[in-house]
Design a protein around this ligand. Structure first.
Ligand code: MEV
Length: 312
């Protein structure tokens, strides 16, 4: 079936949001939920987009304009002009609940790239799909690191690093699935705005930023080792420290901090904000099913949406 080949996965950043923009390594895990896309060329010119993705309230409304730009950029990347001869109908669906922080935009453009490669048809490597997704991501925010579309394309747990050229990434071997809970603050934040704000702060005080970046790099090196060793308790501690750095970077907010505290109090071995911040999502590491249930129950009292899943 065609649709099953068009998956773009959602993601959660384990370590390194914002710092990753400045070409240091980050750790990201794809969730099993995905967006898919069906692309059909039509006889008459025109672009029709049907969006059937499940989403938290307000997600579609807030993101509509950016989505149009992103879709346009992917079409341009493929050299498709729907105003001339053929038109195009795109239908987005899947089980990924679109919420700020889950990488829904990347999942969407990667699924779209896969669908176009089938509809044209045009044989494409996974790297080419990823590159097409990256073009689309630029519609959501001008200078994406590429971490979201890479996770959306390849899935699994990845170590990702932006470079001046192509990004470097490796899939991490995970001996056992990493059990997590993630929760939405219900607040949609703009990646463009928050990334821009961090940049302005960095430029105003480079020494302050460099100090945070150094601390972060030391953490992510340990984080990779903890994943390699399957040491979830150690990874949890590092996630907590990463959250503190996000607070110092001013990208967390009270709603995220409250959820993080509640998750830790309910037994999570570590918890942090994940993604852009100032709204969006937080994630908690929960080594057993019992702790996962407890943490989810605690978060449900505070958060409008809570999900349980694993990074495989
Ligand atoms: C967004 O998921 C992650 C950020 O680091 C932006 C990016 O990497 O492009 C905030």
């Amino acid at each position: 079936d065609v649709l099953s080949r068009t998956k773009g996965y959602g993601k959660l950043i384990l370590m390194g949001e914002h710092f990753v923009v400045y070409k240091v390594p980050a750790l990201v895990g794809a969730v099993s939920c995905y967006t898919d896309c069906d692309a059909v060329f039509t006889d008459k010119p025109g672009l029709e987009v049907i969006d059937e993705r499940p989403a938290v309230p307000n997600y579609k409304v807030t993101k509509k304009d950016e989505a149009d730009v992103a879709i346009g950029l992917v079409l341009k990347h493929f050299g498709i002009d729907t105003t001339k001869e053929r038109g195009l109908k795109l239908t987005f669906g899947g089980d990924l609940c679109c919420a700020s922080g889950i990488g829904a935009s990347a999942a969407q453009v990667v699924a779209m790239a896969r669908a176009l490669s089938i509809a044209l048809p045009k044989a494409m490597t996974e790297d080419e799909i990823n590159a097409a997704g990256y073009e689309g991501e630029k519609g959501y925010h001008g200078t994406p690191s590429g971490i979201d579309n890479t996770a959306a394309t390849f899935g699994g747990v990845l170590k990702f690093q932006r470079t001046d050229g192509d990004p470097i990434f490796t899939k991490k071997k995970v001996s056992e699935p990493i059990r997590i809970v993630y929760a939405s603050t219900g607040i949609t934040s703009s990646t463009t705005k928050v990334v821009g704000d961090v940049k302005a702060k960095k430029e105003a005080d480079p020494a302050w930023f460099d100090d945070l970046l150094k601390k972060y790099v030391a953490l992510v090196e340990k984080g990779e080792k903890a994943i390699d060793a399957g040491d979830i308790t150690e990874l949890g501690k590092l996630l907590n420290e990463n959250h503190t750095l996000c607070q110092e970077l001013t990208v967390s907010c009270k709603e995220l901090d409250d959820l993080v505290t509640a998750a830790r109090e309910a037994g999570a071995v570590g918890a942090k904000m994940s993604g852009t911040g100032r709204g969006g999502l937080m994630l908690a590491l929960t080594p057993t099913a019992e702790i996962q249930d407890k943490v989810a129950a605690a978060l449900e009292k505070l958060a409008p949406q809570v999900w349980k899943t694993t990074f495989a």
